[in-house]
Design a protein around this ligand. Structure first.
Ligand SMILES: [Ca+2]
Ligand SMILES: [Ca+2]
Length: 102
């Protein structure tokens, strides 16, 4: 099997895995999993380090905003935008609010 065929086949199976689910719902569900994965100490809030992990996971999944943040290494800037109360921690509520602003 040529590399081209392989790429085409994997694109097809990806499309089959995620049929008609709206992209936003898709990412929302994934972002919960990524949040839990990134939250190393399990306090349900992300430090800047944990936030970086979270964005990388999101970027790997193809979330456009996260891809951009990852590409620009703009973690600190993005974190400051998410952490609206400035306590150095991104809560799920703050992340959700930031997502709906974008
Ligand atoms: Ca944490
Ligand atoms: Ca905060």
């Amino acid at each position: 099997m040529s590399r081209f065929t392989l790429a085409a086949a994997s694109a097809l199976s990806l499309a089959a895995m995620f049929p008609a689910a709206p992209a936003s719902a898709q990412f929302e569900q994934q972002s919960v999993q990524f949040f839990l994965a990134a939250d190393v100490d399990g306090d349900e809030r992300l430090t800047l380090d944990e936030f970086r992990t979270f964005i990388r996971l999101m970027a790997d999944a193809g979330a456009p905003m996260s891809v951009r943040i990852d590409r620009l290494s703009a973690f600190r800037v993005a974190f400051a935008q998410v952490d609206t109360n400035g306590d150095g921690l991104a809560t799920p509520a703050e992340l959700r609010a930031a997502e709906s602003r974008n």
